[in-house]
Design a protein around this ligand. Structure first.
Ligand code: CMP
Length: 140
């Protein structure tokens, strides 16, 4: 079993797609170990995406991620990191495969519905950004 972090982004929350995306994740075999609704500050969003600080889209990304509430979700599944990335689809929904979350729910490369950790190592760092270990429900 492998943990990963998804964030249902402000576009998903604003469009009322949170429940549909969570249902999709559960149908794909993910167990939800933690769930929050947070409205990130500029400082928090900037820190979360610090790896992109030099990219031209960084300011816009931080503005978007602070534009409304988002839903961080701690997920667990066999091969969880890779499987989440697969079912999310390409970063740009125009390039995302049929049936992927971004194909169904994203608008464009910035308003792209969902974030998923890109490695098991980053998943642990990103999970700790939103959840303390006592917030996470252990496997039953
Ligand atoms: P995410 O998986 O959350 O990781 C970084 C985010 O930056 C990415 O999703 C996109 O929402 C955003 N992003 C990546 N590339 C671009 C781009 N070229 N223009 C705007 N936003 C981008």
């Amino acid at each position: 079993m492998e943990q990963t972090l998804a964030i249902l982004k402000p576009d998903s929350y604003a469009a009322g797609n949170t429940g549909r995306i969570l249902a999709h994740l559960e149908a794909e075999g993910f167990t939800i170990r933690g769930l929050r609704i947070v409205h990130l500050t500029q400082e928090q969003a900037g820190a979360f995406y610090a790896v992109h600080a030099e990219r031209p889209f960084y300011g816009s990304l931080v503005d978007f991620m602070t534009s409304g509430p988002c839903v961080p979700v701690a997920l667990e599944r066999e091969n969880g990191v890779k499987h989440l990335r697969q079912i999310m689809g390409a970063t740009n929904p125009a390039e995302a495969a049929e049936g992927t979350i971004r194909k169904q729910f994203a608008t464009n490369i910035e308003n792209n519905a969902i974030h998923g950790s890109d490695s098991a190592e980053n998943a642990q760092i990103e999970l700790a950004f939103f959840f303390s270990s006592s917030d996470l429900i252990a496997a039953q």
